[in-house]
Design a protein around this ligand. Structure first.
Ligand code: ADP
Length: 480
């Protein structure tokens, strides 16, 4: 149980961050203290060496050894120089005279003799005491009448001082570790607080609280970004959920009515009491309703297929002006029947590399709507023109218009504005058109004013001339 808890803790990012922070903090603190300790010990040792060298140079400056010895005697009278040891050697390393020097092995000079004699400069060495655990710093220097002078000084005081320093460092290790762990924990807790909040929010959402969001409140930039992106994602998911719900309602509504009618007709036929003519009419009505349902299902499949992307093989250079003309020709008769005039303003050719049949479908959908939701003496204008790095197709009508609220919903599947429910339609035309535009790298936007009319603008990325090279030049009849 306890082991499991420790194991779980080890996998936590907060624990790992704390551990890393503490490790870095401890190592850098110890490194700083070690560097400081080394610096202090070097400085104290250098100052001892300096004193020894100066002393040796001063004493060996005398012209003869007797004067040097007299000076040594004099110096030993001075209180602070009492701790110094002195020795005078012959050039072959034999001790001639010594003061206070019994603690040091006189034969230590043997290995240094060549250096001392060759250099003539002071030669420094560290020797162990023969009587206790102390160490001595000594300097050898050639002296008058071919003698060698050794001056030494105990390092006891210096080492005691450094030892105190070492104890102090050892005492500091535990507080440093505790501080590092504490601050590391605080820092990593703070860093991970945002993540914990996102996790909690995700948990709440998974339990059904879809309106929960993470607060974005000037923490670190990364966490705020995570919170913002998370909220955007949840907004989109909620939107998607909402539109799926609406779509399901709409599907249920749009499918239930024809199915109920089909069932009613079939029931009537089953009862066998209706005349042959009535039965025939019922059969025709069933076929029509079935065709309508098949049309709905096929359109839904088309939307799904289009959302998957346009098949590269099906792409070909398409002149959008030509498409507009073909659509106008196709709907001219229906428009005339409704008293609607179709006007084209084409600034072409406007070439685009896409799936021609899908683009045709998008064009006819938008034109059909512009006629369908128009007044009896209305007008529809189709404009096609290049605009910067896009080609645009605009379908403008002066019909019933769309409210601001509906403008955000009309591209959803099965959505139909209340005012147009009496007009025939299945509410999938704009979804399919938008899917085609987006799969072609563009989009459709709507601008509309209730009772004033609507303007649907299709923007498609302009196709490189070389891509459309295979399309020969065409003539476009200008609109009136
Ligand atoms: P359908 O036309 O089959 O109902 P669409 O997806 O083509 O489906 O259009 C969705 C809804 O958008 C329509 O039911 C209608 O309410 C509204 N709409 C589309 N085009 C226009 C337009 N030009 N003028 C007014 N309303 C429109």
């Amino acid at each position: 149980m306890f082991y499991e808890k420790i194991k779980g803790l080890k996998n936590q990012l907060t624990f790992k961050l704390t551990f890393l922070y503490a490790l870095v903090f401890i190592l850098s603190s110890l490194l700083t203290l070690s560097i400081f300790y080394l610096r202090v010990s070097t400085i104290t040792m250098n100052s001892i060496d300096q004193v020894l060298i100066e002393e040796s140079l001063e004493l060996t400056a005398f012209a003869d050894a007797a004067k040097m010895i007299a000076e040594i005697h004099e110096e030993r009278e001075i209180e602070e120089d009492k701790d110094f040891i002195f020795r005078i050697y012959s050039p072959d390393g034999q001790v001639l005279q010594s003061w206070n020097a019994e603690v040091l092995d006189p034969s230590a000079i043997d290995s240094l003799l060549p250096d001392i004699l060759r250099q003539g400069k002071p030669v420094l060495a560290t020797d162990k005491s023969l009587v206790d655990r102390n160490r001595y710093r000594t300097v050898y220097k050639t002296a008058p009448q071919d003698t060698i002078l050794q001056i030494g000084r105990s390092l006891e005081e210096n080492e005691a001082y450094l030892e105190t320093f070492q104890h102090l460092i050892a005492l500091l290790v535990l507080p440093i570790c505790l501080c590092a762990a504490f601050f590391g924990w605080i820092v990593s807790r703070k860093a991970m607080q945002g993540v914990a909040e996102v996790t909690q929010t995700a948990l709440d959402i998974s339990q059904g609280a879809f309106d929960r969001r993470v607060k974005v409140e000037n923490r670190s930039a990364e966490i705020d970004r995570l919170a913002r992106v998370f909220n955007i994602m949840v907004d989109r998911l909620q939107g998607l959920l909402q539109s799926t719900r609406e779509m399901n309602d709409n599907i249920a509504h749009d499918l239930r009515s024809p199915l109920t009618r089909i069932r009613g007709e079939a029931e009537m036929m089953l009862r066998g009491k209706a005349s042959a003519e009535k039965n025939e009419n019922a059969a025709v009505s069933i076929i029509e309703e079935c065709d309508n349902l098949i049309h709905i299902i096929n359109t839904m499949l088309d939307i799904t297929e289009t959302e998957g992307g346009i098949d590269e093989v099906k792409k070909q250079p398409v002149d959008l002006c030509q498409l507009a003309i073909e659509a106008k020709d196709f709907y001219q008769h229906i428009a005339e029947g409704k008293g609607v005039t179709i006007i084209t303003r084409l600034k072409g050719p406007c070439l685009f590399l896409g799936d021609k049949s899908k683009l045709q479908r998008m064009t006819t959908n938008l034109l059909e709507n512009a006629i369908k939701y128009n007044r009896s003496d209305g007008r529809v204008t189709i404009c096609v023109f290049p605009d910067m790095d896009h080609v645009k197709m605009v379908f403008e009508d002066n019909g019933i218009g769309i409210s601001k609220e509906d403008q955000t919903k009309i591209f959803r599947r099965f959505y139909r504005c209340d005012r147009s429910r009496s007009t025939q339609g299945i509410g999938l035309g704009l979804s399919l058109s938008q899917a085609i535009a987006q799969a072609s790298g563009g989009n459709i936007v709507v601008e509309s004013e209730l009772n004033q009319g609507s303007r649907f603008v299709v923007s498609l990325p302009r196709t490189n001339k070389t891509d459309t090279a295979s399309l020969g030049p065409r003539q476009h009849p200008r609109s009136p």
